[in-house]
Design a protein around this ligand. Structure first.
Ligand SMILES: [Zn+2]
Ligand SMILES: [Zn+2]
Length: 291
């Protein structure tokens, strides 16, 4: 599969000279499976560019959206995703596990003619709301599994196991040590992600952000590194950066991560996610093509 990072920022877009290298768009990850099927993980402002790239490619194939949850930073790109306004495109939305909100209700909330000029009935693309159970299900050549995460209001993580054996796991938004009983323990998260090829994890905070940000639903860098050590991916990618984390501060985290990988990780590197990173993911291999 091919994986492209379109947005890395948590909470709110953060453009400006301090964030220009890692990027200021909120989270979105595009996946092209071995059979060409397109999956989009989360719909932050990064999907604006993805939409343009898809139109430039010209093929109106179905686009499958897996959303971790519906905090604004994960859905705010949808009204700016051009394929949704194109007849001939099919958009497939999957439900959230942890809420009683169906995909059609959430879209009706965004495209209501008040918050956006178009109402959901006016959208010229075909929008389909998939019905899935809690068991794994298929999209194209891949099998999809999910896990509940530790986040206020709930969130779900995904693992995509492609038919050729390559896999990607995304765990965002998630607090590894939340106050109270975790929905999913670090052991359970590591087991879910075990030996995945590319593991992308919310690492928004540093230890010095605590205890002020405890209970806000995001991981700290050292906890995520430890999760990565146990899960043993080919590549661990730190993701969902704090909007106040400058490029310089992220460079520092990248240095720590590099050192950790050299000493503690069994297989590949630990990288700090940046907009535009593209990975070729194959069984037991994850190659960074461009950054
Ligand atoms: Zn978020
Ligand atoms: Zn959130």
């Amino acid at each position: 599969m091919e994986v492209t990072i379109y947005g890395v920022r948590g909470s709110v877009p953060s453009p400006g000279p301090e964030t220009v290298r890692y990027g200021g768009n909120t989270v979105s990850v595009a996946v092209k499976l071995a059979d060409g099927t397109r999956i989009v993980l989360d719909a932050g402002t990064g999907i604006r560019q993805l939409g343009k790239d898809i139109l430039n490619e010209g093929a109106a194939s179905p686009i499958h959206f897996l959303l971790s949850h519906q905090h604004y930073d994960h859905i705010i790109g949808l009204p700016f995703f051009l394929p949704i306004y194109q007849p001939g495109f099919e958009i497939v939305m999957y439900p959230l596990e942890h809420q009683e909100i169906r995909g059609d209700q959430s879209l009706a909330h965004i495209f209501d003619g008040i918050r956006t000029p178009a109402g959901v009935a006016d959208l010229p693309s075909t929008i389909r709301f998939a019905q899935v159970s809690s068991a794994p299900w298929s999209i194209g050549s891949a099998r999809i599994t999910r896990i509940p995460l530790n986040h206020p209001g709930g969130a779900q993580g995904f693992r995509i196991d492609d038919g050729d054996g390559a896999s990607l796991t995304l765990l965002t938004d998630n607090e590894i040590s939340p106050p109270g009983k975790p929905v999913s323990t670090p052991e359970r998260l590591a087991e879910f992600a075990h030996r995945t090829d590319l593991l992308i994890v919310d690492a928004q905070y540093l230890p010095e952000d605590m205890p002020a940000k405890r209970g806000w639903g995001h991981g700290t860098v050292p906890e995520v590194l430890e999760l990565g050590r146990v899960a043993d991916p080919e590549t661990l990618l730190l993701f969902h950066h704090d909007p106040d984390r400058s490029d310089k501060a992220l460079d520092k985290i990248a240095e720590q991560a590099h050192e950790f990988a050299g000493n503690q990780m069994n297989r590949g590197p630990v990288l700090v996610a940046a907009e535009g990173m593209r990975f070729k993911v194959e069984p037991n291999s994850c190659i960074l093509l461009s950054s």
